[in-house]
Design a protein. Structure first.
Length: 97
């Protein structure tokens, strides 16, 4: 198969492509090294935990990227609570108890 070129538009995408390629290489080595009749078991034993770890890293990196972007933007604006007490419904006074 001829080499392919992948374009990553963000650091997160680049990280995930690199990690996925590394995992693919590990799986290929495991399949090549496994004795006959054991290929599926050996590859699956490697793939399941490695896939979980890849997913965990992807989620962690995505959250870190989002947190860094949020820190750069600052806290989003929103309505300010009044100092008089808890908000009431429909802007009217609270019903007597």
């Amino acid at each position: 198969m001829p080499p392919r070129t992948f374009q990553a538009d963000t650091p997160l995408q680049a990280l995930l492509v690199e990690q996925a390629l590394a995992l693919a290489r590990e799986l290929e080595r495991a399949a090549d090294a496994a004795p006959d009749g054991q290929v599926l078991a050996r590859v699956e034993a490697l793939a399941v935990p490695a896939g979980r770890e890849l997913t965990r890293r992807a989620v962690e990196a995505a959250l870190q990227q989002q947190a860094a972007a949020a820190e750069t933007r600052g806290r989003p604006g929103g309505p300010a609570r009044g100092a008089a007490g808890p908000p009431t419904t429909r802007g009217g006074p609270a019903a007597p108890s």
